[in-house]
Write a protein that binds this ligand. Structure first.
Ligand code: CTP
Ligand code: CA
Length: 224
């Protein structure tokens, strides 16, 4: 493949990809998390590698194994993911496919919380830092292309368009993850690419094909 030759349109480019869920501990045996198999982020990293990019792959605990031929940085929590992203910069592009937990447990317990005669534990949450928004706002070291994802239900395009503006990223890949679409945990995806130029609805296709299409678009954007 072109990856074996270190060749292709992304030769010499460094691309950061976040993927998978994050796990936020409650105690040593329990956590809260987002639903995410990591399939789409993994496919994107593989597609970028196939175009010759050096890929830093920052992944939470995903169901699918990471691709071969990329630098894998495995993390558990959103805070760890943020630290890993900061360390992986600078990059020519950064793709944020991770389903980052929005909240962490403020004071995770160091020992297992025990049941106590029906008395319920009270869990207090703190909001996690927005990694994508932070990278988008960088003055120094901002990647030339910053891409976010927006997995939404209801008013998908309106939510995703607002999200692109709020986070300051260049592109948003939006998709409808309502249960009836079968996208979450499935092998296909149905995305709309939102850029400064407007909307592009791509036909429903395999996640691997979405990844190849996006990687080709990234190569075209980075090569002017
Ligand atoms: N993201 C991130 N860090 C966070 C939360 C989200 O980097 N703490 C990134 C995701 O990887 C994704 C994008 O931001 O690329 C959008 O995530 P999403 O959860 O849809 O956005 P939120 O701003 O958290 O909004 P919502 O209330 O819809 O969850
Ligand atoms: Ca979120």
């Amino acid at each position: 493949t072109s990856a074996a030759l270190g060749d292709g349109p992304l030769k010499g480019k460094h691309i950061l990809v976040t993927s998978g869920p994050t796990h936020e501990p409650i105690d040593p045996v329990r956590y809260i998390a987002n639903r995410s198999s990591g399939a789409q982020g993994t496919a994107i990293a593989a597609a970028l590698r196939d175009l010759g990019a050096r890929v830093s792959f920052v992944t939470g605990p995903a169901d699918v194994p990471p691709p071969q031929g990329v630098d894998v940085i495995a993390v558990q929590t959103a805070a760890e993911m943020k630290t890993a992203v900061d360390r992986a910069l600078p990059a020519d592009a950064a793709i944020f496919a991770a389903a980052v937990a929005d909240w962490r447990v403020t004071s995770a317990s160091g020992s297992k919380i025990k049941k106590t005669n029906g008395k319920l534990p009270e869990i207090t949450f703190s909001e996690n830092e927005d990694i994508l928004a932070g990278v988008s706002a960088l003055k120094k070291n901002r990647p030339a292309l910053v891409v976010g994802f927006a997995a939404e239900t209801d008013d998908v395009i309106a939510h995703a368009t607002a999200k692109r503006a709020r986070k300051g990223c260049d592109w948003i890949v939006a998709n409808d993850v309502s249960p009836e679409t079968g996208i979450m945990g499935g092998s296909e995806n149905d995305v709309t690419l939102i850029t400064a130029e407007g909307l592009e609805n791509w036909p429903r296709m395999a996640k691997s094909e979405v990844a190849r299409t996006l990687a080709a678009r990234i190569a075209a954007a980075l090569n002017g």
